[in-house]
Design a protein around this ligand. Structure first.
Ligand code: FE2
Ligand code: FE2
Length: 220
Protein backbone atom coordinates (compact mmCIF):
# COMPACT_ATOMS: atom_id res chain seq x y z
CA UNK A 1 0.00 0.00 0.00
CA UNK A 2 1.53 3.30 -1.13
CA UNK A 3 1.02 6.22 1.22
CA UNK A 4 1.69 9.96 1.08
CA UNK A 5 4.78 9.32 3.22
CA UNK A 6 6.20 6.97 0.55
CA UNK A 7 5.47 9.50 -2.20
CA UNK A 8 7.14 12.33 -0.26
CA UNK A 9 10.28 10.21 0.18
CA UNK A 10 10.51 9.19 -3.49
CA UNK A 11 13.57 10.61 -5.27
CA UNK A 12 11.80 11.09 -8.62
CA UNK A 13 8.96 13.00 -6.94
CA UNK A 14 11.49 15.21 -5.12
CA UNK A 15 13.17 16.06 -8.44
CA UNK A 16 9.85 16.78 -10.20
CA UNK A 17 8.71 19.10 -7.40
CA UNK A 18 12.09 20.90 -7.33
CA UNK A 19 11.99 21.30 -11.14
CA UNK A 20 8.41 22.62 -10.96
CA UNK A 21 9.55 25.18 -8.42
CA UNK A 22 12.40 26.22 -10.69
CA UNK A 23 10.02 26.80 -13.58
CA UNK A 24 7.48 28.68 -11.44
CA UNK A 25 10.34 30.82 -10.10
CA UNK A 26 11.43 31.66 -13.63
CA UNK A 27 7.86 32.65 -14.50
CA UNK A 28 7.59 34.69 -11.26
CA UNK A 29 4.30 33.00 -10.34
CA UNK A 30 3.07 32.54 -6.79
CA UNK A 31 4.74 29.80 -4.74
CA UNK A 32 4.08 26.20 -5.88
CA UNK A 33 6.61 24.39 -3.68
CA UNK A 34 6.44 21.56 -1.15
CA UNK A 35 4.44 23.94 1.06
CA UNK A 36 1.55 24.21 -1.45
CA UNK A 37 1.78 20.49 -2.32
CA UNK A 38 1.61 19.50 1.37
CA UNK A 39 -1.30 21.81 2.18
CA UNK A 40 -3.32 20.60 -0.82
CA UNK A 41 -2.52 16.99 0.14
CA UNK A 42 -3.74 17.50 3.66
CA UNK A 43 -6.89 19.47 2.70
CA UNK A 44 -7.89 16.99 -0.04
CA UNK A 45 -7.60 14.14 2.48
CA UNK A 46 -9.46 16.15 5.12
CA UNK A 47 -12.42 16.93 2.81
CA UNK A 48 -12.75 13.27 1.77
CA UNK A 49 -12.55 12.11 5.39
CA UNK A 50 -15.06 14.69 6.61
CA UNK A 51 -17.64 13.80 3.96
CA UNK A 52 -17.34 10.14 4.94
CA UNK A 53 -15.32 8.65 2.08
CA UNK A 54 -13.27 5.48 2.60
CA UNK A 55 -9.79 5.44 4.15
CA UNK A 56 -8.52 4.28 0.77
CA UNK A 57 -9.94 7.29 -1.06
CA UNK A 58 -8.54 9.59 1.64
CA UNK A 59 -5.09 8.05 1.04
CA UNK A 60 -5.40 8.47 -2.76
CA UNK A 61 -6.63 12.03 -2.24
CA UNK A 62 -3.57 12.91 -0.17
CA UNK A 63 -1.30 11.54 -2.89
CA UNK A 64 -3.20 13.37 -5.67
CA UNK A 65 -2.97 16.59 -3.66
CA UNK A 66 0.76 16.25 -3.19
CA UNK A 67 1.43 15.50 -6.87
CA UNK A 68 -1.18 17.77 -8.49
CA UNK A 69 1.23 20.48 -9.71
CA UNK A 70 4.23 18.37 -10.83
CA UNK A 71 3.30 19.12 -14.46
CA UNK A 72 4.84 22.56 -13.88
CA UNK A 73 8.16 20.75 -14.27
CA UNK A 74 7.43 20.51 -18.04
CA UNK A 75 5.63 23.79 -18.64
CA UNK A 76 2.96 25.90 -16.99
CA UNK A 77 0.76 25.49 -20.07
CA UNK A 78 -1.47 22.42 -19.57
CA UNK A 79 0.40 21.50 -16.39
CA UNK A 80 -2.68 19.55 -15.27
CA UNK A 81 -2.53 17.21 -18.30
CA UNK A 82 1.22 16.71 -18.20
CA UNK A 83 1.19 16.33 -14.41
CA UNK A 84 -1.52 13.68 -14.62
CA UNK A 85 0.57 11.52 -16.95
CA UNK A 86 3.73 12.07 -14.92
CA UNK A 87 1.92 11.10 -11.71
CA UNK A 88 0.41 7.99 -13.33
CA UNK A 89 3.85 6.79 -14.40
CA UNK A 90 5.53 7.58 -11.09
CA UNK A 91 2.82 5.77 -9.12
CA UNK A 92 2.90 2.72 -11.43
CA UNK A 93 6.68 2.58 -11.05
CA UNK A 94 6.23 2.72 -7.27
CA UNK A 95 3.94 -0.31 -7.50
CA UNK A 96 0.48 1.26 -7.30
CA UNK A 97 -2.19 -0.71 -9.15
CA UNK A 98 -3.40 0.67 -12.48
CA UNK A 99 -6.92 1.53 -11.29
CA UNK A 100 -5.78 3.63 -8.32
CA UNK A 101 -3.05 5.35 -10.35
CA UNK A 102 -5.64 6.15 -13.05
CA UNK A 103 -8.06 7.57 -10.45
CA UNK A 104 -5.32 9.96 -9.32
CA UNK A 105 -4.39 10.72 -12.95
CA UNK A 106 -7.99 11.77 -13.69
CA UNK A 107 -8.15 14.05 -10.66
CA UNK A 108 -4.85 15.79 -11.45
CA UNK A 109 -5.78 16.13 -15.13
CA UNK A 110 -8.92 18.03 -14.15
CA UNK A 111 -7.68 20.28 -11.34
CA UNK A 112 -7.08 23.44 -13.37
CA UNK A 113 -9.93 25.93 -13.82
CA UNK A 114 -8.96 26.63 -17.43
CA UNK A 115 -9.87 23.19 -18.74
CA UNK A 116 -10.75 20.94 -15.80
CA UNK A 117 -14.12 19.48 -14.87
CA UNK A 118 -15.04 17.92 -11.50
CA UNK A 119 -15.59 14.43 -12.85
CA UNK A 120 -15.17 12.36 -9.68
CA UNK A 121 -15.30 12.63 -5.90
CA UNK A 122 -11.51 12.67 -5.73
CA UNK A 123 -11.28 15.35 -8.44
CA UNK A 124 -13.81 17.53 -6.64
CA UNK A 125 -12.02 17.36 -3.30
CA UNK A 126 -8.71 18.16 -5.00
CA UNK A 127 -10.19 21.18 -6.82
CA UNK A 128 -11.61 22.71 -3.62
CA UNK A 129 -8.38 22.07 -1.69
CA UNK A 130 -6.20 23.59 -4.41
CA UNK A 131 -8.30 26.71 -4.98
CA UNK A 132 -8.55 27.41 -1.24
CA UNK A 133 -4.79 27.82 -0.73
CA UNK A 134 -4.51 31.59 -0.90
CA UNK A 135 -1.93 33.04 1.47
CA UNK A 136 0.57 35.88 1.75
CA UNK A 137 3.47 33.44 2.09
CA UNK A 138 2.85 32.43 -1.56
CA UNK A 139 3.95 35.85 -2.83
CA UNK A 140 7.64 36.17 -3.72
CA UNK A 141 8.03 39.94 -3.65
CA UNK A 142 6.48 40.98 -0.37
CA UNK A 143 7.01 44.69 -0.98
CA UNK A 144 3.67 46.24 -1.73
CA UNK A 145 3.81 49.22 -4.08
CA UNK A 146 2.10 50.64 -7.18
CA UNK A 147 3.73 47.95 -9.34
CA UNK A 148 2.28 45.06 -7.32
CA UNK A 149 -0.08 43.09 -9.59
CA UNK A 150 -3.59 42.15 -8.51
CA UNK A 151 -2.67 38.46 -7.91
CA UNK A 152 0.12 39.37 -5.52
CA UNK A 153 -2.01 42.04 -3.83
CA UNK A 154 -4.84 39.59 -3.16
CA UNK A 155 -2.48 36.91 -1.87
CA UNK A 156 -0.53 39.42 0.25
CA UNK A 157 -3.76 40.46 1.95
CA UNK A 158 -4.57 36.94 3.15
CA UNK A 159 -3.38 36.19 6.67
CA UNK A 160 -5.15 32.85 6.94
CA UNK A 161 -7.24 30.53 4.81
CA UNK A 162 -8.79 27.19 5.62
CA UNK A 163 -11.64 24.87 4.60
CA UNK A 164 -14.65 24.16 6.76
CA UNK A 165 -16.88 21.14 6.12
CA UNK A 166 -20.33 21.35 7.68
CA UNK A 167 -21.90 17.91 7.37
CA UNK A 168 -25.17 18.93 8.98
CA UNK A 169 -25.93 21.73 6.51
CA UNK A 170 -24.02 20.11 3.64
CA UNK A 171 -21.73 23.11 3.14
CA UNK A 172 -18.07 23.30 2.25
CA UNK A 173 -16.63 26.77 2.80
CA UNK A 174 -13.33 28.37 2.00
CA UNK A 175 -12.74 30.66 4.97
CA UNK A 176 -10.38 33.58 4.47
CA UNK A 177 -9.06 36.22 6.84
CA UNK A 178 -7.72 39.22 4.96
CA UNK A 179 -6.28 42.64 5.57
CA UNK A 180 -8.85 44.77 3.75
CA UNK A 181 -6.51 47.74 3.61
CA UNK A 182 -4.45 45.79 1.06
CA UNK A 183 -7.18 44.44 -1.21
CA UNK A 184 -10.93 44.70 -1.52
CA UNK A 185 -13.40 41.84 -1.79
CA UNK A 186 -13.98 43.02 -5.37
CA UNK A 187 -10.28 42.39 -6.15
CA UNK A 188 -10.65 38.88 -4.78
CA UNK A 189 -13.72 38.20 -6.92
CA UNK A 190 -12.06 39.66 -10.00
CA UNK A 191 -9.24 37.15 -10.02
CA UNK A 192 -10.88 34.17 -8.38
CA UNK A 193 -14.30 34.23 -10.03
CA UNK A 194 -13.60 31.22 -12.29
CA UNK A 195 -12.03 29.29 -9.41
CA UNK A 196 -15.08 29.86 -7.23
CA UNK A 197 -17.39 28.68 -10.00
CA UNK A 198 -15.30 25.54 -10.34
CA UNK A 199 -15.43 24.96 -6.57
CA UNK A 200 -19.23 25.31 -6.66
CA UNK A 201 -19.49 22.63 -9.33
CA UNK A 202 -17.05 20.42 -7.43
CA UNK A 203 -19.03 20.75 -4.19
CA UNK A 204 -22.25 20.00 -6.08
CA UNK A 205 -20.82 16.65 -7.22
CA UNK A 206 -20.13 15.85 -3.56
CA UNK A 207 -23.72 16.74 -2.66
CA UNK A 208 -22.63 19.92 -0.90
CA UNK A 209 -23.01 23.68 -1.43
CA UNK A 210 -19.83 25.70 -1.79
CA UNK A 211 -19.37 28.90 0.15
CA UNK A 212 -16.82 31.64 0.57
CA UNK A 213 -16.46 33.45 3.87
CA UNK A 214 -14.19 36.49 4.00
CA UNK A 215 -13.57 38.18 7.36
CA UNK A 216 -16.61 36.47 8.87
CA UNK A 217 -18.88 37.69 6.07
CA UNK A 218 -20.51 35.14 3.80
CA UNK A 219 -19.92 36.14 0.20
CA UNK A 220 -21.28 33.02 -1.43
FE1 FE2 B 1 -2.23 23.64 -10.69
FE1 FE2 C 1 -2.01 24.00 -7.12
Amino acid sequence: MITLKDVKKDEEVKVLIKTSEKQIDALAYTEHSVRHASIVASWTGMILKEIGESAKLVRLGEIAGYLHDIGNSLARYDHSGSGAILAYNVLKRMGMNYADAAEIMMAIGNHDEKNGVPVSVLTSALIIADKSDVHKSRVRDKVLDKNTNIHDRVNLAVNRSFISVDKENLRIDTVIETDDTICSVADYFEIYHSRMLMCSKAAELLGYKYGLVINNMRML
